[in-house]
Design a protein around this ligand. Sequence first.
Ligand code: FAD
Length: 458
Amino acid sequence: MARGRTTADGGGTTARGTDIDVAVVGGGIAGLTAAHRLRAAGRSPVVLETADEVGGRMKARRVDGWIVEEGTETLAVRGYDATWRLIKETGLDREDGILKVNSLAGVWRGGRAHAGTGHWFGALTGSGLSLGGRSALAGLAASVIRQAGTYDTRDPAGSPLGTGTVAQLARGRHREVYDYVLQPAVATGWGWDARRAAAAPLVATMISTWGLLGWRTYRGGMDALAKKVAAPLDVRTGHTVEEVKETAAGVRLVCADGSVLTAREVVLAVPAPVARRIHPGAPAEEQPYLEASTYSPMIRVTCLVDRPLAPPQRRGTPSVYALLIPEVEDGRISGLTFEHAKAANRAPAGHGLVSILTAPDTTRELLGESDAHVLGSLLGSAEKYAPGLNAHLKQAFVHRFPHAAPDANGAALRLHRAFLGRPSRAVEYAGDWIYQRPSSEAAVQAGELAAQRLLSRG
Ligand SMILES: Cc1cc2nc3c(=O)[nH]c(=O)nc-3n(C[C@H](O)[C@H](O)[C@H](O)COP(=O)(O)OP(=O)(O)OC[C@H]3O[C@@H](n4cnc5c(N)ncnc54)[C@H](O)[C@@H]3O)c2cc1C
């Protein structure tokens, strides 16, 4: 039987008598990927997105010649296979839409940035580590590489590290391995508390991507892929779904504006805590994983400045765009990114764009505070990492992410396989939490999986 299509203005019904064939709740990259795959398979998905634009944590805003990235920063050449498939299918690569990042990540120690964290350059210079620290890190890297074949980004708990935490991975090693490598790596990038989060997703990611080597960014801003994927889809922005309920006649969706829609099937492509709230009737077999899949919050402050600021560094070393600040150096700020060093077009010529990321405890303290309060608490302390920040500041934006990154806690990892093995149903899920990795690649993989599972229902 031919499937019916909904009209773009919401009218019409499907051949099965529901308003919508597949409702995809959430227009982040996971939901858009699911809709893209479903459409390619002949289905008629409708994406319902609460915000005014698609992208979710991959959004960017344009302000007077600056491209201000709110969440995602970069993608890798290796280990991002699902993302590159999407890039190729949408033609973004052929339109010269991808840029190589030529500057490096670095770590803060002793009053300056040391370039090369996670990169071969750091292996040469030590990237701020003592000889003892370097040798301990090399030992850890060697032991991980020996078992590289046992790590799978889609099955983190199946690795030799199981559900052991990042802090446990560092136990018994030179303390710099924790203080200047592992702890800042997960706190800056993912807002993780290294004492709680499992190490396996981090190690699996480092193995699959070959470390911080030759990373890329989208030329037009990190929302470029989401916009490209969304273009041919039926996307309804400003549409918040409050409740989803399976009924005999299909899935009922109650929206914030009071409207009620019915869909033959639904993909909930929102962070797990949101999915849990709007789908209270989720079957008992899904509840434990939904409950365990908690998120770490993050705050990112983006500062538009009238010159291209840089962190203090030794002369002649490669420029640093992502500065990791260890907890032992600063308990309040976990890192800064110098966006104009990542991609020159992020700021007008001669200007700069600098982001400040808060440390996990500071995030929790400031999440509910006003923008003025957040800026007042951070700008002064950030000055030493970006000298001139306060004098050259033109404008600043505060981006709050109550659900920034799935926090890969042990309970979630223990329940992961059982959740993936559940039978497919009319309400499916997508989002980075499906694989417990805070990465756009995990979100794209999860979108593909949700589409496959729905299509397998026939
Ligand atoms: C600061 C930061 C930096 C990052 N850096 C990187 C990086 O450099 N590289 C990388 O690969 N990854 C990075 N990530 C992670 C990456 O951004 C995410 O893993 C990915 O974008 C998640 O996509 P998603 O579709 O699962 O979720 P989201 O992007 O969160 O999408 C969910 C969507 O659902 C919508 N929504 C929520 N509730 C409702 C509702 N009730 N009704 C309708 N719509 C709703 C939201 O508005 C949102 O658009 C970063 C994340 C953050 C926060």
